[in-house]
Design a protein. Structure first.
Length: 106
């Protein structure tokens, strides 16, 4: 199973934000999102139709928790959702590329 170095991603994001490089921030965020999705995919790959509703419900609940915490910290839920939607669009291609690469490595 792949491991994600969150500290390295946080450092890269902080450095890109410090230099006000929006493109670099987006690139690191897209990379992090694709790694998270790839790890989740590895974890749930063997699950069947009986488990899928629980997985979807858990991810949906987790999203709600994250947005609630962000709102308590004064962040805009709409801004976070909008940024997440943009990342979803950008990550689709990256994620599919990583899946295909991992499958070809097997």
């Amino acid at each position: 199973m792949a491991k994600i170095d969150f500290a390295a991603h946080r450092k890269k994001i902080a450095e890109a934000m410090k230099s006000r490089n929006a493109e670099a921030v987006a690139e690191v965020c897209i990379d992090l999102e694709s790694k998270i999705l790839f790890c989740l995919n590895e974890q749930i790959d063997g699950f069947g139709m009986w488990e899928i509703p629980s997985i979807v419900a858990a991810l949906d609940r987790y999203k709600s928790i994250v947005l609630d915490v962000a709102a308590q910290r004064g962040e805009s839920r709409q801004y976070i959702q909008s940024a997440a939607d943009e990342l979803n669009e950008a990550t689709g291609i990256t994620y599919m590329h990583k899946i295909r690469r991992a499958q070809s490595d097997d």
